[in-house]
Design a protein. Sequence first.
Length: 292
Amino acid sequence: MKKSEHNKHYIRNKILLLAACVLTAGLTAGTLQTAAEEQAKYDNYVGKTFSICGDSISTFEGYTYTDLNYYPKDTDVDIPLKTWWGQMSGMTGMRLLSDSSVGGSTVCGNPNDPEGKCFTSDLRLTRLMNPEGEKPDVIFVEGGVNDMAQNRVLVPDTFQQAVIDLNDPEGPDNIIVFSDAYDLLLTKISNLYPDAEIICLTCETIATFDNDERTSWYEPKNGFGATVEDFNQIIKAVAAYHGVRVIDTHECGITQENVGLLMQEDGLHPNATGCMMIGQYVAGHMNNSSAY
């Protein structure tokens, strides 16, 4: 998104926020003060740049470095402003610098992968800068769902690691333990971008549908019985070890009760309403220093 276009969207959202308060509570000094205080929550981020190291949930065609994108395709997330990061950007006044997200990618994998699919690959992390070498003010790390789906091991476990090693497609350099991979990821990002604020996002609720009508669903587990929430606990623990903030987007309002209404047909990717809920949740917690 061009900087001038981004500023227009930010100003528009600011006006809409003020107007909403006026319409719902009446034109009073107190109302205007409340609106100003609400907007002031984001003032620390106005004009700052952000980059994303994520999976397909953070992709949008034309904004990433690869063709492995999920959005927009034939979804209702048909413009960048409808992605979670587009929503967040509009609310905070931040500007996207680089989207180094790759559809289907995992945190685990071979850090030496020349194609940059693995989160920890040097190529992938270098792309958090823009082509001119400008580094971001904020880096969002969004990943883990594909690690869960591909049966990556949560923490070192001899039996589970042996099971995966029997059919390891990426060779001896492949990292198959999620906690180890996430630790390496935060270490490398911190070393490459020492002045950037790193914010880790947990995985949102996902669903497996029971029928073609998508009227019944359940929470999926991988081959080792782990859920996305199990992977979220590792994200929180590793981030805490590194002193990195976590925004728990698993608590954004998408639950097992409503997930079927807020996901695309695959049950993995949020629809426009789901993206809005994630983006607004992230924006609403940007200035809170505690982890979620």
